[in-house]
Design a binder for this molecule. Sequence first.
Ligand SMILES: *Cc1c(COP(=O)(O)O)cnc(C)c1O
Length: 432
Amino acid sequence: MRFFSTRDLARERPATLSQALGAGLAADGGLFVPESLPRFDPADYDGLETLPDIAERLLRPFFEGDALQPYLTEICTEAFNFPVELKPVAEGAEVLELFHGPTAAFKDFGARFLALCLGKLRREGDRSALVLVATSGDTGAAVAAAFHRQPGFGVRILYPDGLVSARQAHGLECWGENIEAFRVAGTFDDCQHLVKTALSDRQLRESMSLLSANSISLGRWLPQACYYAFAALRNLRSHGEPLRLIVPTGNLGNAMAALLLKATGWPIEEVALACNANQVLPDYFETAAYQPAPAKPTIANAMDVGAPSNFERLLWLFPEAHAEGQLRARSYDDGRIRSTLVDWHRRRHYLPCPHTACAFAMLGDLRAGGDDRRWTICATAHPAKFEAIVEPLLGEQIEVPPTIAAMLERAATGTPLTTDYAELVAALLRNQ
Ligand SMILES: *Cc1c(COP(=O)(O)O)cnc(C)c1O
């Protein structure tokens, strides 16, 4: 399988999977997409039950002919070594919990998979590579955990000082060794700008090998499709029905993985998008006009996105995405997130994180509109990661899962940084 950029419509610049994984973004600034979409055939999955087995079968055509092909089974087994849970939470509603990995958010799937792929591609004598990530919390921790102690790689995390929860900050700063966290005196956009500047700095790249691990990476998109395949098969086998998903969305990374499956004929009837107060997607589906805006801060901060980075992939896969009835997205403000969270906790004894609460709010709207079909809600992170928001709302402490407890036991230390680019360069060169 070859991959092309979303901007290379004439298909003049093919890349192998390995090349696309190493590059992150295509040279023309577009996003990598596969040259063809393998069609779903239920018979291919007969007897396959576990996430690693389903993942291996799903990803096989994408790995065909690539240097990574011989390692696919091993990569799936090692990357997906923690459970995905499907839990009934109400009549006709279940939750797909994606937060049982080492840093308690769905980002662990993509980060672990990408780290293993890049590790396999390393050759004797290659210079050590630095992975640069700008993060509003969850991505940075997942990437740090995935590359921690991996020979030949270092990770440099940039996060906005004071704008992530204390626990999230700890999860970014607790790794040490080949990982360093920079707490930047600025916003997430400042962090992202610094990372982009470094990644496109030719002079810097001559003196060091830099990699990116952001949400547009093919190495995150493909593995995320695997848990939706797992859920769709479970649903088909136990209910004989296609999956209807509600996915909390910011950059459209996670949701695009579900949409990839839908486009390839998997039994996924709908992927409904739940957004926070950042309305760019709901507005687009309503008006057909795509109008990126500066991100607004909300209590579901991992979705504070004004210009979803995977939007080009959405248009590539669904050129008529804005057409009536194709896709729906709704926006939920902080008040609605808070009331939904409290309501589900009190009445149903299920506590979603603030991001997942947007999806629960959307389920509420669907029910209020008379939709009584079965829906699956994608739970993107464990609520204990957002203690500063959740605990005051409930007036009680919430239990910390073993994964987060393990991070909290480690000592944490970060390096302060201003938004001055020269300072970042000096810090990167200091101890590569
Ligand atoms: C990253 C993240 C999201 C948003 O995912 P996208 O792929 O950017 O749409 C939602 N919830 C949580 C907890 C996250 O960490």
